[in-house]
Ligand binder design. Structure first.
Ligand code: NDP
Length: 311
């Protein structure tokens, strides 16, 4: 509950619970009809990778909604050729509905190994160029889930986007750029800032809604915000607690926004953790189901869905 002078908290968990409940019913119906559950292959390259925790959360969410989550663990020493071969095998497995691959990849494997190999029909996190193109053109396809989650959280929290000034901080292909496209689709006027933006605060101070995905703790603070602005913090950073609040130390998760100062100025703000993250996971489940349904339809009509690339 927000105290006077403090922003309303935009919590992701209740929204995620709602999405998961709906998808759970639909997954059960899919299984009754087709005799198998939709499956998500989660490819993890290197057991100590920082995103391993995130991927394990996804597998937990799969279990909650009845999706068959399959962890495909590859050694951190794996070659690009081997990774590509493994993805092609998953493409060919009729019982695998969706595939996601842990990011970032080991330094010596270019992202294109994954984006070029993954079947667009199983690309449930929207990284294949075909899905990126569909997003740009406004055609149906898989959208990067984190970007979608930020927008979904705003909409389901009743934040008006039409005609509003929105600043997105970050222009990565997986978060910043797709978020900017989706927000434009909601009729917001969108400005995209990045590491070469000359005066970030200048842009932020006129924004009704700020969406931050930069990977830098404390990049945005209360003094940079317009009073009453809505702040969506997508950043996930692991830092020592002592650096945040002189706490006892140990590692904690923080976003890119200095929460304490921003909360005193903003009208609404997402916490980290507990904001965009849970919605991202829940939306991913809807994508897996969507992929499974499209694949069944394609198999029964013997038509390869538009855009499916057979390798
Ligand atoms: P990237 O490193 O790929 O991109 C970061 C972006 O931030 C770049 O466009 C970069 O600009 C910009 N940037 C960096 N420094 C600054 C700065 N000082 N001022 C303005 N812009 C800056 O990261 P991702 O997009 O993959 O992820 C962003 C954050 O979101 C990370 O913290 C990540 O952990 C988190 N994340 C959260 C998810 C969730 O579910 N909540 C899922 C995925 C990511 P430039 O292009 O000029 O380099």
């Amino acid at each position: 509950m927000a105290q006077p002078g403090e922003a309303r908290l935009l919590l992701g968990s209740p929204i995620a619970t709602e999405i998961r409940a709906a998808v759970k019913l639909d997954v059960a119906a899919f299984q009754r009809l087709n005799g198998y559950a939709p499956a998500l292959a989660v490819v993890l390259v290197g057991a100590d990778a920082p995103s391993a925790v995130y991927l394990r959360q996804i597998l937990r969410t799969c279990r909650t909604v009845g999706i068959d989550g399959r962890l495909v663990e590859l050694s951190g020493e794996v070659s690009g050729v081997h990774l590509r071969r493994r993805i092609l095998e998953l493409n060919d497995d009729p019982l695998v509905s969706g595939i996601i691959v842990q990011m970032p990849l080991p330094h010596d494997i270019p992202l294109s190994v994954v984006t070029d190999a993954i079947d667009p029909a199983k690309d449930v996190d929207g990284i294949h160029p075909l899905n990126a193109g569909r997003l740009l053109l406004g055609h149906p396809g898989f959208v990067p889930t984190t970007a979608q989650a930020a927008v979904e959280l705003l909409k389901r929290s009743g934040i008006e986007l039409r005609g509003k000034e929105v600043v997105v901080v970050g222009r990565s292909n997986v978060v910043g750029k797709p978020a900017a496209i989706l927000l434009t689709r909601e009729d917001a006027t969108v400005t995209v800032c990045h590491s070469r933006t000359a005066d970030l605060a200048h842009h932020l101070l006129s924004a009704d809604v700020v969406v931050v995905a930069a990977g830098h703790p404390g990049l945005v603070n209360g003094a940079m915000l317009k009073p009453g602005a809505t702040v969506v913090d997508i950043g996930i950073n692991v830092v020592n607690q002592a650096a945040v609040d002189q706490g006892p130390g140990g590692l904690v998760l923080v976003g890119d926004v200095d929460f304490a100062s921003a909360r005193r100025v903003a009208g609404a703000i997402t916490p980290v953790p507990g904001g965009v993250g849970p919605v991202t996971n829940a939306l991913l489940m809807t994508h897996v189901l969507q992929a499974a349904r499209a694949q069944v339809e394609a198999a029964t009509t013997s038509v390869i869905p538009v855009g499916v690339v057979r390798q």
